[in-house]
Design a protein around this ligand. Structure first.
Ligand SMILES: Cc1ncc(C[n+]2csc(CCOP(=O)(O)OP(=O)(O)O)c2C)c(N)n1
Length: 575
């Protein structure tokens, strides 16, 4: 009887819609409010339908599809919701690929909808036809081509479920133009499970028990957390776990902001340009606990010398990550929050005072050899490090900081003191230059009440500079900080250190960024002198609107410490 009533109710809810209208209805059902996109021939029916849905669905027209996808990524990472983006077939779709790949490696939930040529033209090399399903196959969590409108509700329901469940990731749905135009009887049911897809593995008792024993007996335990903590919302549990066990904790690049950098048990950022202590101590600890991180080579350096002396406990949601790069002694396959909740009552209260002190000794060495020189330079021009250090103090570590890729990215990771969760967004795994400006736009739209600061190099800024148009058109209040060293700085650093200072094609003549910003009606100023910094920061930060600040910095500043690529983490160079 109940089933009959349900099916009748469903029938009553049925509406006759075109495929395009159905797509938009599905988005509304999934509580999507904002779409980032760029139109074109093969997705015109969807854009036409969007015209009538303006009240329910806000569309942000970016200036390039790469801008749309990075904005969707920034939106997803600041808000914790799924980022949605539209593009047309052919070049529109291929322009999404960099961002999709970026989202895949950084576990960002996205639903990308691309238009496709009409189904009777598929495979004919029609105008703007490209096999986006084939192209995106290795860089999406799931992709699917729709050729009949009846497939739309189920495919989109699945897309949202897959994108945000378990380890999140990007999904691409390609829809032929005829499927967008034809009508059908629409009903929608959200997806709650998919056969043979188990996004949340059940925690097993034995590994939890073994991990507890190891943690309770450890003399020198050490913990590194990654973005898995942010994605599972386990910030509180992580803090409780660290405080109860007294274990020193370090962050990966994407883990930054999941734990306050001011906490006494926070020992820094681990990896190639991370802090000295967390790198060196990796090869001295007896129990190594990795939480929601994937042992990226920028963290491990040479895996043959990484934490060899330690018993390794890996808490990780994605089973494919376990034992992929580093062999574990105890694998806890599950959600970080659930795993920490399960461990919390089992682990004993402890403090490892002497051991934690060893990290602080390392901090002193790093302070003397690297930090002091960086944040209080004797040079005439400012350094990136001192600018970011001052910015951190000015904003009290409370802003959402989006960075591009390069030296400024590493300086921000090192010198911005993150005080609140979901405050650091960067392209970690793919290292995509051009990510920052559009991602910052998306992040501000996703979290309108927070101060969003985009920190960009002069190189990366010019990769997606056209997205200033979005800031202008939609009045997005993003603060843009360009650290201008007239070099592709990070590549120059490598050329200096590993290629005999042969600066091959890394020096850049830059345009007048202030005039460009003003052309987009964005307030802008450029400073070169240290005495101007304080006032410039105040002016720049004390507005609700977007504004751009260009700071001319030292041309040949290097980021230290540094673990040379593929080297052992304890061989970290301090200068
Ligand atoms: C799309 C893309 N192309 C090339 C690179 C290689 N790359 C990494 S850092 C970097 C230099 C970045 O220079 P800039 O944006 O000026 O920042 P800086 O390092 O000076 O802070 C380059 C070219 C990249 N990461 N992404």
């Amino acid at each position: 009887m109940e089933a009959l009533v349900e099916s009748l109710e469903k029938k009553l809810k049925t509406e006759r819609l075109t495929g395009s209208e159905a797509i938009l209805k599905c988005l509304i059902e999934e509580e999507v409010e904002t779409i980032f996109g760029y139109p074109g021939g093969a997705i015109m029916p969807v854009y036409d339908a969007l015209y009538d849905y303006e009240d329910q669905l806000k569309h942000i027209l970016t200036r390039h599809e790469q801008g749309a996808i990075h904005a969707a990524q920034g939106f997803a990472r600041s808000s914790g919701k799924v980022g949605v983006c539209f593009a047309t077939s052919g070049p529109g779709a291929t322009n999404l690929i960099t961002g999709i790949t970026d989202a895949q490696i950084d576990s960002t939930p996205l639903v990308c909808i691309t238009g496709q040529v009409a189904s009777h033209l598929l495979g004919s090399d029609a105008f703007q036809e490209t096999d986006i399903i084939g192209i995106s196959m290795p860089v999406t969590k799931w992709n699917f081509q729709i050729t009949r409108p009846e497939e739309i509700p189920m495919a989109l329901a699945k897309a949202f479920y897959i994108a945000q469940s378990g380890r999140p990731g990007p999904v691409l749905i390609d829809i032929t133009k005829d499927a967008q135009q034809q009508s059908f009887d629409f009903t929608y049911e959200a997806c709650e499970r998919i056969r043979s897809y188990q996004p949340y593995p059940e925690l097993k008792e034995q590994p939890l028990k073994t991990a507890t024993e190891l943690i309770n007996q450890a003399k020198k335990p050490y913990l590194i957390f990654g973005q898995g903590v942010t994605l599972s919302g386990a910030e509180k549990e992580l803090k409780e776990f660290v405080e109860k066990t007294g274990i020193p904790a370090a962050s990966t690049l994407l883990g930054l902001s999941a734990f306050s950098t001011n906490h006494p048990l926070y020992v820094g950022y681990a990896g190639m340009h991370g802090n000295y202590g967390p790198n060196v101590k990796t090869n001295e600890c007896d129990v190594f606990i990795a939480i929601g991180m994937r042992f990226d080579d920028r963290v491990t350096g040479d895996i043959n010398t990484y934490a060899k002396q330690a018993k390794v406990i890996h808490i990780e949601l994605d089973p494919a990550e376990i034992d992929k790069n580093i062999q574990t002694d105890v694998a806890i396959n599950g959600d970080a929050k659930q795993a920490l909740k399960a461990l919390l009552p089992l682990v004993k209260s402890n403090d490892h005072e002497e051991w934690v002190k060893e990290f602080h000794e390392c901090d002193k060495i790093e302070m003397d050899k690297a930090i002091q020189k960086s944040i209080q330079p004797t040079s005439e021009l400012m350094t990136m490090a001192e600018v970011i250090h001052k910015l951190s103090i000015k904003t009290q570590g409370k802003s959402v900081v989006i960075t591009d890729v390069g030296q400024h990215q590493m300086m921000a990771a090192r010198y911005y003191q993150f005080d609140q969760p979901k405050s650091h967004i960067t392209s970690g795994g793919l290292g995509t230059m051009g990510f920052c400006l559009p991602a910052a736009i998306g992040a501000k739209i996703g979290k309108p009440n927070r101060e969003v600061i985009a920190i960009i190099g002069d190189g990366g800024f010019q990769m997606t500079i056209q997205e200033l148009g979005v800031i202008m058109q939609y009045q997005v209040g993003v603060k843009i900080l360009i650290l201008n060293n007239s070099f592709l700085g990070m590549v120059r650093q490598w050329q200096q250190l590993f290629f005999d200072r042969r600066y091959s094609f890394t020096e850049m003549d830059n345009p007048d960024f202030i005039k460009i910003a003003e052309g987009y009606r964005i307030a802008a100023q450029r400073i070169e002198k240290r005495e101007e910094l304080n006032y410039a920061f105040d002016q720049w930060l004390n507005t609700k609107e977007s504004s751009l600040l260009e700071i001319v910095v030292e041309k040949e500043e290097n980021v230290f410490p540094m673990v040379p690529s593929g080297s052992c983490v304890s061989k970290i160079r301090l200068e």
